[in-house]
Design a protein around this ligand. Structure first.
Ligand code: NG1
Length: 562
């Protein structure tokens, strides 16, 4: 890789002062760490934390549901984060009783009433109980991921045999999270990443940011969703003042400077997206639909059916057959290769010749896919593939415009240019469908870059809503509320089906927009009890690109070193 601005080979920084990481008032941040440490001491009977780490949530500016299809996405880390304190108690040498006792992993939360504590054996091979949906599942994911990474590096045995690991008696973990749950701001990935970084440091191990991004993406799959990798990568590799284009295979993060006259706003739709619980009909179903679309596209290009069945992502197929991955060519191919509407399981298995779908998705070993195939009989392929290819284009266009390219030149590609000539219109960066003529009602030629970025966000939301069907009434209402209040653009962010909206506006009217949206969207929800006014600042706020994961030094006398 080695792209300018890529930081995947670096290590997670050890912050020397809070202002390296936070923009907020340092006293209140320091007080939060003090609370974490005192909760730690109370829970673990006077023990002191050995390591403290933090990792942030994120907001995805554009590029939804395409990371698991191999396409780049464009998120930024936000100021809300998860902080974790860890300590490792070692067995006393020569103490026979302790030697024989089973080592444990003990997990607790500063808000212990809402997030109850749990103890697990110190065993990296234990399974995560995906049916229980307990918050500690994500801590277990992080814990297991570390050992998976060691295995991948052929270091597992030597680490397990080390004097340190052999003497582990109890690993203690205390968590405090500020990323709202189920909001599309990656609360669980922030938890997984913060825990992984803290445990890595406490176990005296050292992985690069790229390794951490990959291992946390894989380990989060133990929680039951087929995670794409964006959330973990930006949580680990985020930086102040920069959005990032995150690439996959191999992982990389490229700096994307955002226009300084724009402000990004986040609003929570107050519809909670229970990602793990609803994965079989939402997130994981989409992963399955995209894979089926990739297989039928490969078949359309004449691939032998057995070979086509090994295709996993739409990108893989587009790169092979669509003019080296040209997204316009891919969009054109979608119309020829895939039927409109839904396919039934029977149609796919018999008429399309795919045979037992359970075999393609290795259902014996993959419970997440097994449940998807058990609980669904229809699969929409054309709409999903259209969304993926058009969204991948929008990411590319968004980045180019941020880098200073005129909206006019951000778009390229032979089919696109052909259509422009045929219908005699200037290039339009905002084409959302696979039929360029349909979207030329709003040419973007001549508009400023702020409007072009906003329009891409708007088109992204439309595509999520109509093609990917991952929006919901509350998200659509909130998008409209931002637009009526004067935002330039707004869209759902994250997986959708609830969660948050990200909007963009001229910085000088940000406060007015927030006040307006509060009135039109939130006040009725405060009155009806759907939202709590005490949470106001976490429901609707301005955000700026923030720092990624960090390790912090805690001094028992002085607190977190500032
Ligand atoms: P959320 O659920 O918003 O954190 C999920 C995935 C991402 C990506 C987005 C959709 C996980 C951990 N995160 O984000 O990888 O696919 O949906 O763009 O599964």
């Amino acid at each position: 890789m080695g792209a300018v601005g890529s930081k995947q080979h670096a290590r997670v920084p050890k912050a020397s002062k809070l202002s390296d990481v936070y923009d907020d008032n340092e006293n209140s941040v320091a007080a939060r760490y003090d609370t974490l440490v005192s909760a730690f001491k109370t829970q673990f009977e006077g023990e002191k934390p050995k390591t403290i780490a933090r990792s942030p949530g994120r907001v995805n500016l554009i590029g939804e549901h395409i990371d698991y299809e191999g396409y780049s996405v464009l998120p930024m880390a936000i100021g809300l984060d998860v902080i974790v304190a860890v300590s490792v108690a070692l067995k006393e040498e020569g103490n026979v009783e302790e030697d024989e006792a089973e080592a444990t992993l003990s997990i607790a939360n500063v808000d212990g009433e809402k997030y109850t504590p749990k103890e697990f054996p110190f065993d990296h091979e234990q399974e995560v109980d995906v049916k229980s949906h307990h918050w500690t599942n994500y801590v277990l994911c992080g814990f297991k991921g570390i050992f998976d990474q060691l295995k991948k590096q052929n270091k597992l045995e030597s680490v397990l045999e080390s004097a340190f690991m052999k003497r582990v008696k109890k690993v203690m973990v205390m968590v405090d999270g500020k990323v709202p749950l189920g909001s599309g701001l990656s609360s669980f990935s922030a938890l997984n990443c913060a825990v992984t970084v803290a445990l890595m440091d406490a176990f005296e191990l050292s992985f690069t940011k790229g390794e951490l991004s990959e291992l946390t993406c894989l380990s989060e799959r133990y929680s039951g969703t087929q995670s794409g990798g964006m959330d973990q990568a930006i949580s680990i590799m985020g930086e102040k003042d920069l959005a990032k284009r995150i690439d996959f295979n191999p992982i990389g993060a490229m700096d994307v400077p955002l226009p300084t006259n724009l402000t990004f706003l986040i609003g929570n739709s107050c519809a909670v997206s229970k990602k793990a619980e609803s994965a079989h009909k939402h997130y994981n179903l989409r992963v399955v639909e995209c894979r089926l679309a990739a297989i039928l596209m490969a078949k359309h290009y004449g691939e032998d059916i057995e070979k086509a069945k090994t295709r996993v992502t739409l990108r893989e197929v587009a790169d092979l057959y669509c003019n080296k991955g040209d997204l316009w060519t891919a969009l054109g191919a979608v119309r020829k290769a895939l039927n409109e509407g839904s396919y039934t399981k029977k149609q796919l298995e018999n008429d399309e010749g795919l045979g037992d779908l359970r075999k393609i998705f290795d259902c014996e070993n993959n419970e997440a896919f097994n449940v998807v195939l058990q609980k669904n009989d229809t699969f929409k392929l054309r709409d999903r593939a259209r969304h993926v290819f058009s969204e991948a284009r929008r990411v590319h266009e968004f980045q180019k415009i941020c880098e200073g390219q005129s909206p006019r030149y951000a778009v390229s590609g032979p089919i696109y240019e052909h259509w422009c000539k045929v219908i005699g219109l200037e290039p339009d960066v905002g084409v959302a469908s696979d039929d360029p003529t349909k979207d030329f009602g709003h040419p973007m030629y001549g508009i400023g870059k702020e409007d072009a970025l906003a329009k891409l966000m708007h088109l992204s939301h439309e595509s999520c809503k109509t093609q990917y069907e991952c929006s919901c009434d509350e998200l659509d209402e909130l998008v409209d509320a931002f637009m009526s209040a004067g935002a330039l653009g707004a869209r759902l962010t994250g997986a959708g089906w609830g969660g948050c909206v990200v909007a963009v506006c001229e910085s000088d009217i940000a406060e007015e927009i927030l006040a307006d949206v509060k009135k039109s969207f939130y006040e009725k929800r405060f009155q009806s009890g759907v939202a709590n006014i005490a949470d106001e600042t976490n429901l609707l706020f301005k955000t700026a690109p923030s720092a990624g994961a960090a390790i912090l030094h805690y001094d028992d006398e002085k607190g977190v070193i500032v």
